[in-house]
Design a protein around this ligand. Structure first.
Ligand code: HEC
Length: 150
C-alpha cells in the first residue's frame, strides 16, 4: 500500500510539474484573405463543421479551451498541429494552384470518408468535432462539387 501511495504522489507531482513547461501556441491575428472560407462560398453549417473539426490542426489559429492547455494534451496537440498544417492549411488555401487544390480536395474527401479525419484521439476529447453519417455525406458532397468546379 505504501509503495502505491508513493507512486501516486510522484505521478501527481510530475503531472503538476509538466503544467509549467512552456508550449508554443498556434495563434495569429485575423484571417488571411486566402482562407478557404473567404475564397469559397461555403454554406454556414459546413463552415461551422470544418471550423470545429479541422481548424485546430489545419489553420494558423487553434482554439484553446482549458483541456487543450492541460499537459500532456497540449504537447500532443502541438505535434499534430505542426504535422497537420504541413499537409493542409485552410487559412492558406488560395495560395495553392488549381491542380494542388484538386489533389487536396481528393485527400480531404478520402480522409473524411474513411473516418481518419478528424483523428480519433481528438474527437475523444472534442466530442463536437466528430462527424455524423449525415454530416460526412454533406461535407463530401460539397467538396466534390468544389473539386468539379476547379
Ligand atoms: C488533432 C489534429 C487534427 C485534426 C482535428 C484534423 N487533422 Fe487532418 N491531419 C492531422 C495530422 C497530424 C496530419 C498528418 C499526418 C496524417 O496524415 O495522419 C493530417 C493530415 C491530413 C490530410 C492529409 C492526409 C494525407 O495523407 O494526404 C488531410 C487531407 C486532412 N488531414 C484533413 C483533415 C480534415 C478535413 C479535418 C477535419 C474534418 C482534419 N484533417 C482534422 C491532424 C489533424
Amino acid at each position: 500500500m505504501k509503495i502505491v501511495k508513493i507512486i501516486a504522489i510522484v505521478l501527481l507531482v510530475a503531472f503538476v510539474g509538466i503544467q509549467f513547461m512552456p508550449v508554443e501556441r498556434n495563434q495569429s491575428d485575423g484571417v488571411p484573405k486566402i482562407d478557404f472560407m473567404l475564397v469559397n462560398d461555403v454554406p454556414s453549417d459546413i463552415k461551422n463543421k470544418l471550423k470545429v473539426s479541422c481548424y485546430d490542426c489545419h489553420s494558423n489559429n487553434t482554439k484553446y479551451p482549458w483541456y487543450n492547455k492541460v499537459q500532456p494534451v497540449a504537447w500532443f496537440l502541438e505535434g499534430h498541429i505542426k504535422e497537420g498544417k504541413a499537409e493542409l492549411n485552410f487559412n492558406e488555401w488560395d495560395s495553392l494552384s488549381s491542380r494542388r487544390k484538386v489533389s487536396k480536395l481528393r485527400s480531404i474527401i478520402k480522409q473524411i470518408e474513411s473516418g481518419e479525419m478528424p483523428m480519433d484521439s481528438y474527437t475523444l476529447i472534442h466530442k463536437e468535432a466528430a462527424f455524423s453519417e449525415e454530416e460526412i455525406q454533406q461535407v463530401i458532397k460539397y467538396m466534390e462539387n468544389l473539386k468539379d468546379s476547379l
